[in-house]
Design a protein. Sequence first.
Lengths: 112, 112
Amino acid sequence: KQEVTQIPAALSVPEGENLVLNCSFTDSAIYNLQWFRQDPGKGLTSLLLIQSSQREQTSGRLNASLDKSSGRSTLYIAASQPGDSATYLCAVKNSGNTPLVFGKGTRLSVIA
Amino acid sequence: NAGVTQTPKFRVLKTGQSMTLLCAQDMNHEYMYWYRQDPGMGLRLIHYSVGEGTTAKGEVPDGYNVSRLKKQNFLLGLESAAPSQTSVYFCASSYVGIAEAFFGQGTRLTVV
């Protein structure tokens, strides 16, 4: 059974810092991995999708990397801003027709 | 473009009452999912559907039923609500295979 872990559960940083959020998964034979953002009381917004054949994806100040062999992904946020404060969720898909399995998220606070 | 729409957004039920949550997507996605999100537990899959007329159980299916009579709609039913079903419910949809999942804004359900 696939299990996804995100460490740390919460993180507080001053504005302007570069930071890394971690995601690990137990079954390395994944199909793809997706990073989401969730604001309080809101739904999930997709940030980046990495296919199993890819090593990284970038969108603006966000960069997600994937190392299948070690069962890890990282989400790098450059020059953090207070508007980046949210919960970040990692989810993996084991095959094309299986649902996403989620980690419990990292709650990020960026302090002005 | 509405994306994934959940109805209702909020609901309070008494123990033993029944209700149906509606999820509608306008992206012609084959796959649809129902998750529940609880503090400290993350997102857990209740039921999912890989196409019109098909449904499958997820991680926590007990106490829920689903139907997918039309491709664009996925209904989640609670036949006899229990306080343990107090949660935030999220619907999601995606294309087959290599595709990102899109989420609705959630339904906050309280069972008293």
